[in-house]
Write a protein that binds this ligand. Structure first.
Ligand code: SF4
Length: 466
């Protein structure tokens, strides 16, 4: 798992099932990898809206009693990652508000590049915000009274915001799914008997045995109510599609199908290509588990060098981890990953990871592998060097902290202490997806699909509302 990259958010929604909240709870379980800091569900039973949110994993926040109190046939749910400092319950989603047109709940995955400007404008007119979330800006915009109905006010709000946003919205007896016109973050539609499901990733549909219908299109707003689903495309002329390629490299679960591709198969292709771009003689290929595994498989197939699970990951590290009293060197690395000495001793090893961000965790891991007896370590990274920050909802460190922004590959190799180092090229990365022109690669190339202008500095220091 890449150090320094934080997951963002996961969305789930149900319309037309008597156990909507229970299904949502299960869906959030499947999406837990997209955000571990808070979880929440809001539901509607035809008369009342219910909601429960809390800090921590889905299993920390919900139990049988809490789920059974969330009645109704409509529900939306959210799991969230946030930057430290903004990790507070008031920022947990869905955001739920009562206003002149009733009650609305909203869950957001992404980041608005004009969120801070819109917020400042709204505050200048007297708006009082309860959270520091982008999502609340959307609610303020749609609560304006000058529009005829909810749909008109939602379209008005969506046209004001810029950047990355996949949304699930519950407006009493209606479930709404939204993808921004660039399609940065995933969102798909499923069916379970007569019920409709929205989910960030198809792995959540699989868990509840819902059938995958399709992905929402970039720029699509899908209204689902008792009459069934109805789509509108309010954003006008088509914009450059810019799916986040990091979803394929790292964020999404490998058993998901997103942006028209199997994530696992894309990651395997990355490994094949990596082997072609950086061939080396070695005895073993070992992945950094878990996210390096599919690429390591591909690299092993392509190079005919055997794959071994030479590093074992501890999956059971909770949020509140009690540190040892006595100083143990590299404890953080040791507790998560442990190499198998008997496999590594005297071997030339290719270590496959999905990315390097700051480089400090990789350096500590490499040291452990040499201590375990590896003779040579050839590090292969299944994405290009990360040189630029992301303004669309992924919390990379600042440019100063990104090792590849400030160092040559040879400098990074020396810093890590590896025998050789090979990153996948941008062309190689794009050759592994079926529609390369439809991807954002700004963190590698600096080619930002939507400019962020004068807000760049603000975003570097301010809270981002993933
Ligand atoms: S800049 Fe990188 S991480 Fe951010 S949306 Fe684009 S591809 Fe994804």
């Amino acid at each position: 798992m890449s150090e320094g990259i934080k997951e963002h958010c996961g969305l789930f929604g149900v319309y037309g099932h008597k156990e909507a909240a229970r299904l949502t709870y299960l869906g959030l379980y499947a999406l837990q990898h997209r955000g571990e800091e808070s979880a929440g569900i809001a539901s509607f039973d035809g008369n009342s809206v219910y909601s429960h949110k809390g800090m921590g994993l889905v299993s920390d926040v919900f139990d049988e009693e809490k789920v059974s109190r969330l009645g109704g046939h409509v529900a939306i749910g959210h799991v969230r990652y946030s930057t430290t400092g903004s990790t507070t319950l008031k920022n947990a989603q869905p955001v739920l508000v009562d206003y002149s047109r009733g009650t609305v709940a909203i869950g957001h995955n992404g980041n608005l590049v004009n969120g801070a400007i819109l917020r400042a404008e709204l505050e200048a007119r007297g708006a009082i915000f309860q959270t520091t979330l982008d999502s609340e800006t959307i609610i303020h915009l749609l609560a304006r009274p000058e529009h005829k109905n909810f749909e008109e006010s939602l379209v008005f709000a969506l046209k004001q915001i810029k950047g990355a946003f996949s949304l699930v919205i519950m407006k009493e007896d209606q479930l709404i799914g939204v993808r921004d016109p660039h399609g940065w973050r995933p969102l798909c539609l499923g069916r379970l008997g007569g019920a409709y499901i929205l989910a960030s990733e198809t792995c959540a549909l699989d868990l509840i045995e819902a059938e995958f219908v399709r992905e929402l299109e970039p720029g699509e707003v899908l209204f689902i109510n008792k009459k069934g689903p109805r789509s509108i495309k309010p954003f006008g002329e088509s914009k450059r599609v810019a799916h986040c390629i990091f979803e394929q490299i790292y964020f999404a679960r490998p058993d998901s199908y997103i942006f028209g591709e199997s994530v696992h198969l894309v990651r395997q292709k990355l490994g094949h290509r990596l082997a072609q771009e950086h061939p080396v003689n070695a005895d073993l290929v070992i992945p950094v588990p878990d996210s390096g595994t599919p690429a390591a498989l591909g690299l092993s197939h392509e190079s005919s060098i055997p794959l071994e699970m030479g590093i074992i990951r501890n999956h059971y590290i909770g949020r509140t981890f009690i540190q040892p009293l006595q100083h143990i060197r590299d404890f953080g690395v040791k507790v998560k990953l442990n190499p198998i000495r008997e496999l590594l001793k005297g071997k030339r090893v290719i270590v496959v990871d999905d990315s390097i961000v700051r480089g400090t965790t990789s350096k500590a891991r490499i040291k452990k592998l040499f201590q375990a007896g590896a003779k040579e370590i050839h590090m292969r990274i299944s994405c290009p060097p990360i040189k630029y920050p992301c303004f669309y909802g992924i919390d990379f460190p600042t440019r100063k902290e990104l090792i590849a922004a400030n160092n040559s590959i040879e400098d990074i190799r020396k810093f890590l202490g590896v025998t050789t180092l090979g990153y996948l090229s941008v062309e190689g990365l794009l050759s592994c997806v079926s529609c390369p022109k439809n991807y954002c690669t700004a963190c590698f190339t600096g080619d930002y699909p939507v400019p962020f202008g004068g807000e760049a500095n603000k975003f570097a220091t301010e809270y981002k509302g993933y």
